[in-house]
Design a protein around this ligand. Structure first.
Ligand SMILES: Cc1cc2nc3c(=O)[nH]c(=O)nc-3n(C[C@H](O)[C@H](O)[C@H](O)COP(=O)(O)OP(=O)(O)OC[C@H]3O[C@@H](n4cnc5c(N)ncnc54)[C@H](O)[C@@H]3O)c2cc1C
Length: 482
């Protein structure tokens, strides 16, 4: 019998799992995917927002500002990537400047720790490529940019270190509430018993809730966001996140410097019927191009290396819904976690545990909890002396697998065999950026495939790109032996 089962291993499930592991409780996390952070947490703007935008008095406002602060603690404890970029919200004329003033007031009410105006001259000095039509800017220095799935990996890895178990490829298919506990059916056959369930299933949170509640208090209306990624050779094109003024469609099309030097442009904001369909469209990407030009001059669209889309798990209220079921005690909803859910995630976990579950009254502290993970920086970013030292220890540091991102064989092996390792091409890319560069895997995917095959002792025919349907090969042709 588990004390808590968390459904969903996105950023929200991962931060909750880590916080639960501070207590003497038996916890399991279930996710239908073959990896942590494979859905909404994989496809977003990666911004740790300041909290200037959510409606005052909303949970979003409270948890966004709090979450932003908690990221600095996570950076210290978990070695997560955090680019302290700051952000500019731009106005182009007097009418927009009035709206900027409203945003300024919202930032004040929401207790954003630092924000101030810049005139157009100062803004252009700081950001030479900012649109020449910008008249005034609201500067938000506490805005940061992270690498979302690395944060989820770090939280989940730390939770596992502290006693949590994770089961991947575990699709929750049924939940049967009993008087004292719940039975969770996984993949139509395996049954787990648990005293409490935390529903952190992202866009599927209403489907999970519908397995328990007669009347689900919310419905997810998937809202798609499409993006372009520019190659990291354009690093420095902008150094701050550039936001337009928000509208009823959300924060709008942004230009965002990424932690590793790429520039992200997007997203759109369109309600969709199929909340699981993350395809991109010509119209969506065209919209992104048109609106990005309102923020900056001469955007290097020639350096686009890929496009992608993510779906926000928006609900009618527009706010997060974090509550215990009225009907079934021990079933907790963590629903409607659209933007700024990435920012808020560490605060969502604390709010749920401390203010909703009131865990301190129920569970003892895990005195052995260790909050620290130390991660070695990428080999290519180390000093020459350190590189030589590592090369002497292991010659596989001398074999470059990904030329664009300069990733070595040893780093790929560690990503395959690590605590939260992966045996898919996409899983390795998420962990160490193999294939994330200019050639998008054209050079290195085949090499990674061979390493997975060797390390896991499986045929290359059985190595997958991502889920079990994504085979790389259908069969052998002329080559009998790889
Ligand atoms: C386009 C876009 C831009 C965004 N930009 C930002 C931003 O810049 N800053 C910010 O703060 N937020 C942003 N967000 C929001 C942020 O990405 C989300 O709030 C956050 O990722 C939600 O995390 P999650 O863990 O709730 O969901 P997810 O990451 O989707 O995780 C839910 C998990 O539940 C699992 N699951 C679902 N059904 C089942 C089942 N039946 N059985 C088992 N497992 C199941 C899924 O496989 C998934 O892994 C953006 C979102 C989008 C889409």
């Amino acid at each position: 019998m588990f004390d808590y089962i968390v459904i969903g291993a996105g950023i929200v499930g991962s931060t909750i799992a880590r916080e639960l592991s501070r207590y003497q409780v038996k916890v399991k996390v279930l996710d239908k995917e073959n990896d942590v952070a494979n859905v909404q947490t994989l496809a977003n703007s990666a911004i740790i927002h300041s909290g200037h935008n959510p409606d005052p008095d909303s949970l979003k406002a409270k948890l966004c500002v709090w979450g932003n602060k908690l990221y600095e603690k996570m950076e210290e404890e978990l070695s997560i990537p955090l680019l302290k970029s700051g952000a500019y919200v731009v106005a182009h004329n007097k009418t927009e400047e009035e709206k900027l003033a409203e945003l300024y007031e919202t930032a004040k009410i929401n207790k954003v720790p630092e924000f101030y105006y810049l005139d157009s001259q100062e803004a252009k000095k700081q950001e030479p490529n900012i649109s020449k039509n910008v008249t005034k800017v609201l500067s938000l220095p506490t805005t940061k940019v992270t690498y979302p799935w690395e944060v989820a990996f770090a939280c989940m890895e730390n939770a596992i270190m502290n006693g949590v178990s994770l089961q991947k490829n575990a699709l929750v298919t049924k939940i049967i509430p009993n008087n004292e506990y719940f039975e969770i059916e996984v993949n139509g056959k395996q049954i787990f018993k648990t005293k409490n369930i935390i529903n952190a299933a992202g866009v599927a949170c209403d489907d999970i809730a519908g397995m328990v509640e007669k009347e689900v208090p919310y419905k997810v209306h998937g809202r798609k966001g499409e993006y372009f990624v520019l190659d990291k050779r354009v690093k420095g094109f902008v150094n701050h996140v550039l936001y337009p003024l928000p509208s009823d469609k959300g924060k709008g099309v942004l230009i965002t410097p990424q932690f590793h030097g790429n520039i992200l442009i997007g997203p759109t904001s369109e309600y969709v019927d199929d909340k699981f369909n993350v395809s991109t469209s010509f119209e969506g990407l065209d919209y992104v191009k048109t609106h990005a030009k309102e923020l900056a001059e001469n955007i290097p669209f020639n350096d686009i290396i890929r496009s992608f889309a993510g779906i926000r798990s928006s609900i009618e209220s527009g706010d997060f819904y974090i509550e215990e079921s009225k009907e079934f005690k021990g079933f907790y909803h963590v629903a409607g976690i659209d933007s700024p859910g990435l920012t808020s995630a560490p605060a969502i976990a604390l709010y749920l545990l401390k203010e909703v579950i009131k865990i301190d009254k129920k569970q003892k502290i895990n005195k052995d909890f260790n909050p620290i993970i130390r991660k070695q920086r990428e080999f290519h970013s180390l000093s020459k002396e350190k590189q030589i030292e590592l090369l002497k220890e292991d010659a596989r540091y001398g074999n470059i697998i990904c030329k664009c991102e300069k990733i070595t064989e040893k780093e790929v092996i560690d990503a395959i065999n690590g605590e939260l390792g992966s045996d898919t091409i996409k899983g390795i890319k998420k962990r160490i950026r193999v294939g994330a560069g200019l050639c998008q895997g054209g050079y290195c995917e085949e090499k990674v495939m061979r390493l997975i095959s060797r390390e896991k002792n499986i045929s290359p025919l059985d190595v997958k790109y991502d889920d079990k349907a994504s085979k790389l090969f259908v069969g052998e042709t002329k080559v009998n032996k790889l």
